[in-house]
Design a protein around this ligand. Structure first.
Ligand SMILES: O=P(O)(O)OC[C@H]1O[C@H](OP(=O)(O)OP(=O)(O)O)[C@H](O)[C@@H]1O
Ligand SMILES: NC(=O)CC[C@H](N)C(=O)O
Ligand SMILES: [Mg+2]
Length: 479
């Protein structure tokens, strides 16, 4: 997963960087492999700082003070395509046309096709395996076709409208055109989230786009709204224009944002993540009661710790260390462990073993999400089918695999309703990891098999990471 943000300040003499930097800290849970900020300063000059690691590792005071300019964009990355090489840290930049920088949350499912198109037809050099670099180059190519000396809003809308026809997958994007303004757009199915807000200042309104509303709330922005599926927004010093450029009858925001990914203090597509999680818990309680029936013998319910993900990276040297503090609760009891999800089964297996070592009599495991049996192809870094503990296994077999006496999964319909009841206007969610229904319609057996082989360009699995301390191009001496 990734987090993105974009900011344009009303006061052109002020610096966008401090707020962008803070926005990335607030989005850190969405990506911990790399972070980057690009700002646009006087004469449209672009200033960049990006690298591998957490936000606090990538930026220091000196670097931040060098990021001058009143507009900019930022990114935190958890790769789903390409590798974790620093060369794929975002934002990406192309100089032609106009000087564009770009940041993307999501994952494209037709990356192979785009790569060929950009090479053979558009004659654009792609230097990495990142699908986001492809996306940027499709946008740049579309803008180039206008042949204009200076860009205008209509041209940008046309370029994005064309892009909607060319690319497939999940994507929320922000871009900045040097010295001109910021742009945001969201895929026609609304799979990945993006919000916009404004902040009144003496100089006028500042505008910010971000993956999650928590960023805008924390930075004092108000009138926070979701960018609509298929909508593009262009903000310059003088204007804000927004337009829905692609309409889909299959709106399907990613349900996993509510289950696990988003911060609980965010509101996404009009739904409080916190309230959705409470409601999932209620539905799961019913499911547990139903599934235990007359054999209900649970003495204690224990949540698997959900450490703040920002801090967790420090604590997460291994699963056991993370879970250690809970062992005392288990002795002599029938325990129900509750987690948001079971993916590979690593966490559940480990904590169940710990519970048994600590003297638990019976250990049941309940998951707020249904069984995850299929990969995510829209921007959440999940393993391939064969690595998923529930793939090809029924509930009983999963229980055996993770060492539980019983596994109780949330029912998919209940999960959807737990979220949907807060915004019934959303008829569907992307639930592909549970039911194999991929809303873009292009994810077939061949695609899945290629994910497993790690052979598809644009897929991170099975690929070597080419590390380099040179941002933008590979450093030869490190290879
Ligand atoms: O079956 P697995 O492959 O172990 O994956 C599932 C676990 O991964 C996540 O936790 P994680 O430890 O990543 O982060 P958290 O502290 O935010 O819960 C999730 O909350 C589950 O606990
Ligand atoms: N998780 C994401 O949103 C990743 C964005 C993009 N596919 C990358 O790998 O950089
Ligand atoms: Mg967890």
């Amino acid at each position: 997963m990734c987090g993105i943000s974009a900011l344009i300040l009303a006061d052109q003499s002020a610096a966008a960087c401090p707020d962008l930097h803070e926005s990335l800290g607030l989005l850190q849970h969405r990506g911990q492999d790399a972070a980057g900020i690009v700002t646009s300063g006087p004469k449209g000059r672009l200033f960049q700082c990006k690298g591998n690691g957490m936000v606090r590792d990538v930026f220091n005071e000196t670097q931040l003070s060098g990021l001058i300019g009143s507009l900019g964009i930022g990114h935190v990355r958890y790769p789903t395509a390409g590798s974790s090489s620093i060369t794929e840290a975002q934002p990406f930049y192309v100089n032609s046309p106009y000087g564009i920088v770009f940041a993307h949350n999501g994952n494209l499912t037709n990356a192979d096709e785009l790569r060929v198109f950009l090479d053979k037809i558009a004659h654009r050099h792609i230097n990495t395996d990142s699908d986001s670099e492809l996306l940027l180059n499709v946008l740049a190519n579309n803008l180039q076709k206008t042949g204009k000396f200076r860009v205008n809003q209509e041209d940008i809308f046309t370029a994005i409208k064309d892009l909607y026809r060319q690319i497939r997958g999940g994507y929320a994007c922000v871009a900045m055109i040097a010295g001109y303004g910021i742009v945001g757009f969201r895929d026609p199915h609304g799979i990945r989230p993006l919000v916009i807000g404004r902040r009144k200042t003496v100089a006028g309104y500042d505008y910010m786009l971000a993956s999650e509303s928590v960023v805008l709330d924390s930075l004092g922005f108000t009138d926070v709204e979701d960018v609509k599926p298929g909508e593009a927004i262009i903000i310059t010093q003088d204007s804000l224009l927004r337009r829905v450029l692609a309409v889909s009858d299959r709106i399907a925001p990613c349900i996993f944002e509510y289950v696990y990914f988003a911060r609980q203090d965010s509101i996404m597509d009009g739904i409080s993540v916190y309230k959705a999680r409470l409601s999932m818990g209620e539905a799961l309680a019913d499911q547990v009661t139903k599934s235990m029936g007359n054999e209900m013998d649970i003495d204690v319910v224990i949540p698997v710790p959900d450490t703040s993900r920002v801090a967790a990276i420090q604590l997460r040297k291994n699963v056991r260390r993370k879970l250690n503090a809970m062992a005392l609760e288990f002795s002599g009891k029938n325990v129900l462990l509750v987690d948001d999800s079971i993916v590979r089964g690593t966490t559940s297996k480990e904590i169940i073993q710990m519970a048994r070592e600590a003297g638990a009599k019976k250990v049941y495991f309940a998951s707020c999400a249904p069984a995850i049996r299929y990969p995510n192809v829209y921007g959440i870094d999940m393993p391939t089918r064969t690595e998923l503990v529930a793939h090809g296994r029924d509930d009983q077999q999963v229980a055996e695999e993770i060492g539980a006496d019983k596994v109780i999964y949330q029912d998919l319909h209940d999960l959807v309703e737990s979220v949907r009841k807060f915004n019934p206007a959303i008829e569907k969610f992307d639930t592909s990891v549970f039911d194999k229904y991929y809303v873009t319609g292009d994810v077939d057996e061949e695609y899945m098999a290629s994910l497993e082989q790690g052979g598809r360009s644009g897929d991170s699995r099975g690929r070597l990471s080419i590390d380099s301390d040179c941002v933008g191009l590979y450093n030869s001496f490190n290879r």
